[in-house]
Write a protein that binds this ligand. Structure first.
Ligand code: GAL
Length: 690
């Protein structure tokens, strides 16, 4: 199943929601669509264990056997994201509690506290029983633990676990008091029993406490996952284990750190923007997943229906083959984009384009939520490969076409995704910038990473996402957008990179605080002042509709700063307001390298120009310079050749210079390929070009 050169295709299949005659129609339709992997049993706990320790596996036996008979593999889930009603009644103390002390009740999903011993025990038991029964089932290709770990809790179990975690992290209360700066507002702790989770407070909560709570909760959820994983692995080490990541800046999970604990990174991606934005979001989500996967996720290729996971040390260099840093688009929506307030129907071709964009960026396949749209339940109007209308529908016809397309491009599976620029990302920066006591409510690490990524994506540069400390060999340029927290080790990482000849762009708000969210005094951006050759004296956040002109054209938004030069040269200045004439963008030679500082958020076009200038000066090149506007190009390479993925996001056909074989049509390409309006082309290149 996990051999290179084969893409996985399918989605969540919920036999427990349908009579068995529908299952048979399902597998026939799956065969028609060339589906080869389905996720089973994600929310089936109450059907698998209808009463404590009374199990009903007959239906699952039959469902898995049916899949096996039809050559379809299963990603079998542990159902622990939705405990059954009997569990909540028996263990009310395991129900989650909100920050303002409200205990939530049964009737939706995620009705548990991941720190509650009763929940953890029950989760381990059902995982062990499933492992025992199915670990050697011939249809089993992957264990899918839980679903989208992410919900939090503030009950007493959590508070106890938090104190234990803090004691391990900080050692003693003096260190904790210093890290959290508790002299402010009389918060000094003299006994561990006084420390609680960040419950609802009268006014602003302690930033260090909030940040540590996020870190703690990520570790707690990881522990809950790892307990199940270990049971599943022990039952059959040949079957890889993962859990699907939910993306979003609210998620209290450090996905990169988790990557070392999963055999492949599995992400669920649901863009929230409609026009254009969905494509940018898709590219970023895939680049993030690939970046996280490089921190572990060692899925080894084997023959046969199963797979071997060796759980070896994480590869942290750019350019690992997808097989060594494996990731999979585990869920996406076939025909809908969920935007604020409504569901938007994806236009014909968009579903395939989104899937191919993920595959182009290294996903080992394209999986969907869900196979068949349910008639009832809270998500009855969510999208599906087999919609309510049934198989005689546009969506299912597109699903069939996509199955064929994925088989045609599968030869690129396992090849390295080309990237010449690295963008820094850090979960803790995202969390720290959620504190409401910052100089502006518009600060958001993920949004700034997305803005830099968007500018480079539009300019055609392939990007990798890296974490502080990652190897940077092979990248022309490193961009650090709003890297608010920087430890001394991060400062040294940046220094060494630029000193050794690297090119760097740092944006506003970076390096301001240390890893405990305490401001580095003496001038911003504390951690990076020497490398950047600037000293920032004051922040001037802008109002929502404000923008300041910049010399050389364009505007700055959201944020501006008083930048004093301390070795750097000005590249652009503010051309209006109180900062008129003062530096807005600077450049500094440091060692053998160059470091740029951008003290505002330029409008998209200006940002694109600035980053392009920096990237070109650094020797980086766009993937396919001749690709017309609106055509996304991604190249993958391996010892076997190179493949150019071209995604036409416009409503006109577009010609792109290329030579080789276009895999979707099988056509030989001499000089240029025509990419259909809203469609895609994948060229096995005769001679990889630039
Ligand atoms: C995902 C989740 C699925 C389903 C889907 C709805 O985030 O994992 O269970 O809720 O969203 O689109």
């Amino acid at each position: 199943m996990w051999d290179e050169g084969r893409l996985r295709y399918g989605g969540d299949w919920n036999p427990e929601q349908w009579p068995e005659r529908v299952w048979r129609e399902d597998v026939d339709l799956m065969r028609r669509a060339r589906v080869n992997l389905v996720t089973v049993g994600v929310f089936a706990w109450s059907r698998l264990e209808p009463a404590p320790a009374r199990y009903d596996f007959d239906w699952l036996d039959r469902a898995l056997d049916l899949l096996g008979e039809h050559g379809i593999a299963a990603a079998l889930a542990t159902p622990t994201a939705s405990p059954p009603p009997w569990f909540s009644l028996a263990h009310p103390g395991a129900l989650p509690v909100t920050a303002d002390g409200v205990r939530l009740h049964h009737g939706s999903r995620d009705t548990y506290c991941a720190a509650a011993p009763a929940y953890r025990g029950a989760a381990r038991r059902i995982a062990a029983v499933l492992a025992d029964r199915y670990a050697h089932h011939p249809a089993l290709a992957l264990w899918h633990v839980h679903n989208e770990y992410g919900t939090t809790c503030h009950c007493e179990h959590t508070a106890t676990a938090f104190r234990r975690w803090l004691a391990a992290r900080h050692g003693d209360l003096d260190t904790l008091n210093a890290a959290w700066a508790t002299s402010f507002w009389s918060q000094h702790y003299s006994d561990w029993a006084q420390v609680s989770t960040p419950r609802a407070t009268q006014y602003l909560a302690n930033p260090g406490q909030l940040l540590d709570f996020r870190r703690f909760w990520s570790d707690t959820l990881l522990e809950a996952y790892a307990e199940q994983r270990d049971l599943l692995r022990a039952a059959n080490p040949a079957v890889p284990v993962t859990t699907n990541y939910v993306l979003g800046d609210w998620v209290p999970v450090d996905h990169a750190r988790w990557a070392a604990e999963v055999d492949l990174v599995a992400v669920d991606h649901y863009p929230s923007a409609v026009d254009g934005g969905a494509e940018e979001q898709t590219a970023l989500a895939a680049d993030l997943a690939r970046g996280w996967a490089r921190h572990g996720a060692r899925l080894r290729t084997v023959t046969g229906p199963g797979a071997t996971a060796d759980g070896g040390a994480g590869g942290r260099s750019p350019g690992d083959a997808a097989g060594g840093a494996a990731w999979l688009l585990m869920e996406s929506a076939p025909n809908l984009i969920y935007t604020a307030g409504r569901m938007h129907t994806k236009e014909p071709g968009r579903m395939a384009r989104h899937s191919l964009a993920h595959v182009a960026r290294g996903s080992r396949g394209a999986m969907y939520f869900q196979w068949r749209a349910p008639a009832g339940g809270a998500e009855r109007f969510h999208s599906a490969l087999v919609p309510h209308a049934g198989p005689d529908s546009r969506v299912f016809r597109e699903a069939v076409a996509l199955g064929e397309a994925l088989e045609r491009v599968a030869e690129a599976d396992g090849a390295t995704v080309e990237a010449s620029v690295a963008i820094g990302w850090d979960a803790a920066c995202g969390w720290a910038l959620q504190h409401p006591g910052l100089p502006s409510q518009r600060l958001n690490h993920h949004r700034e990473v997305a803005a830099a990524h968007r500018a480079l994506w539009r300019a055609g540069f392939g990007c990798d996402v890296v974490l502080p400390g990652d190897h940077l060999d092979g990248y022309g340029l490193l961009v650090l957008p709003a890297l608010y927290l920087a430890s001394d080790a991060t400062a040294e990482w940046v220094r060494a990179y630029v000193h050794g000849g690297g090119h760097l762009v740092v944006t506003w708000l970076s390096g301001v605080a240390d890893e405990h969210a305490r401001v580095r005094t003496g001038g911003y951006p504390g951690a990076f002042r020497d490398v950047l050759g600037v000293r920032v004296e004051e922040f001037h956040p802008l109002a929502d509709d404000d923008e300041l002109p910049l010399t050389g054209g364009g505007t700055g938004r959201i944020w501006t700063e008083t930048v004093r030069l301390a070795g750097a040269e000005p590249v652009r200045a503010y051309a209006g307001g109180v900062l008129a004439g003062q530096p807005a963008v600077t450049r500094h030679r440091y060692g053998a390298g160059t470091a740029w500082y951008v003290s505002t958020r330029p409008d998209d076009e200006t940002y694109g120009r600035l980053l392009t200038d920096a990237a070109l000066a650094a020797g980086a090149a766009p993937t396919c310079p001749a690709a017309p506007a609106g055509v996304e190009a991604v190249r993958r390479r391996s010892a076997r050749g190179s493949w150019l993925f071209l995604l036409n996001h416009t409503d006109r056909p577009r010609r792109v210079p290329a030579a080789g074989v276009e895999l979707l049509t099988g056509a030989a390409i001499d000089t240029a390929v025509e990419v259909p309006a809203g469609g895609a082309a994948v060229v096995r290149e005769a001679a990889p070009g630039r």
